[in-house]
Each structure stands twice: as structure tokens, then as C-alpha cells.
Design a protein. Structure first.
Length: 218
């Protein structure tokens, strides 16, 4: 009975999570990758968009059937594939710059698209990994355990009730890709530190390619 009650609590918490911003971000990063030249993608450019749709639909079906924990593994597995694709494409960007195998316009467009896709990918990673994922955060009202958001450290009533939404992780990922470090949010968990270093490396790679190509065009 206790196990069943706990399962029902998890399902109820999962039903109250606002997921459409994360789903929209997933579709946008898939669309961004689809616009990259096929000479710079891992496989056909459209496959990440197909993967995003499949992951969103699959996760929705699993939640409907009460398999909440399985939805997390579906999302994590698909994000791992997305991260691999973006990393490989960043490598292709560098190769295209050094060996002049890709025309300037395609190189610049791909760099900008991959930079944006990288931001959205890691926003999804942070949202899914922080404090055991969105379901666990809403179930326990723990807020965040991987990051110290300012709303959780200023004290008062807000500290006890505030729970980060997806836009907070987008802001965190955007800052990481622009400043190559967190700004107002401190990083607490080692896994979060590793992910942020990885994101910064990919972002720095795309920025270097964009700047180098712009200088060459002058």
C-alpha cells in the first residue's frame, strides 16, 4: 500500500509539471540542427527533429501509463544523442574552417545555429538532472540541489517556496555560453560542473569559428 501511495504521489507530481516550454525548446533545437548544412551534421540534418518529436510523444505516452521514471530515461537517452551530434558538428565546423571545405555562408550559419542548439540542449540537461528532475523537484519542493539560484539563498518566505522553472535553466545555459561561466547562480554539484565545462567548450568552439571566419572575410 505504501509503495502504491508513493507511486500515485509521483504520478500526481508529474502531472503538475509545466512541460511545454521544455518541449518547445527541444523542437527548436531540432529545427536549428535541421537547418545546418548536411556536410556539418552527424547523419541527415533532420534526424534530431525526428528524435525530439519521438522523445516528446514517447515521454507523454509513458506518463499517461504511469511509467514516470521511464520518461526520465527516455529524455536522458535522447539528450545524450543530441549532445553527441552537436559535439561532432562542432568538430566539423573546425575542420571546415581549417581546410576550407565548407563555403563561408554555410559555416557562419551553422556556427550560429549550433551555438543556439547548444544552449537549449544544456538547458534541457540542467532542467532534467537538477535535484532528480522536474518530477522530484515538484514532489519534494526541494527547489534545487545542483545549483544555488539567488531566489533560494536570499532567505525569507520565497526561499521556502520557490522552485526553478525551465526558463531559469535557459537563462543559466545562456549565461554559460556567453560568459563561459555562471553569473548569478552558483554551481554546487560535481555533475553540474562537468556539464557546464562541456557546454562552455562546445560554445567556445563555435564562437571561435564564427570570429575566425569573420576576420578572414575582412
Amino acid at each position: 500500500m505504501a509503495a502504491r501511495a508513493e507511486s500515485q504521489r509521483i504520478v500526481h507530481a508529474a502531472a503538475n509539471v509545466r512541460r511545454w516550454p521544455a518541449a518547445l525548446a527541444y523542437l527548436l533545437l531540432g529545427a536549428a540542427y535541421a537547418l545546418v548544412s548536411d556536410r556539418l551534421t552527424l547523419g541527415p540534418p533532420w534526424w534530431l527533429l525526428v528524435l525530439a518529436v519521438a522523445a516528446i510523444v514517447g515521454a507523454r505516452v509513458l506518463r499517461w501509463r504511469g511509467l514516470v521514471q521511464a520518461t526520465r530515461w527516455v529524455v536522458i537517452g535522447s539528450l545524450a544523442a543530441v549532445t553527441l551530434a552537436i559535439t561532432v558538428s562542432a568538430g566539423y565546423l573546425v575542420d571546415g574552417l581549417l581546410n576550407h571545405t565548407v563555403e563561408a555562408g554555410a559555416l557562419l550559419r551553422a556556427g550560429a545555429l549550433l551555438w543556439g542548439a547548444n544552449v537549449l540542449t544544456f538547458a534541457l540537461w540542467y532542467w532534467e538532472m537538477d535535484a532528480g528532475g522536474p518530477n522530484h523537484r515538484h514532489l519534494t519542493h526541494c527547489g534545487s540541489t545542483d545549483f544555488a539560484f539567488p531566489q533560494r539563498v536570499i532567505g525569507g518566505e520565497l526561499e521556502a517556496t520557490w522552485v526553478p522553472e525551465f526558463i531559469d535553466y535557459v537563462f543559466l545555459a545562456f549565461n554559460t555560453s556567453t560568459a563561459f561561466s555562471p553569473t548569478d547562480t552558483m554551481v554546487l554539484a560535481r555533475r553540474a560542473k562537468v556539464m557546464m565545462m562541456y557546454q562552455s567548450i562546445v560554445s567556445l568552439t563555435t564562437v571561435v569559428v564564427l570570429v575566425a571566419r569573420a576576420i578572414n572575410a575582412i
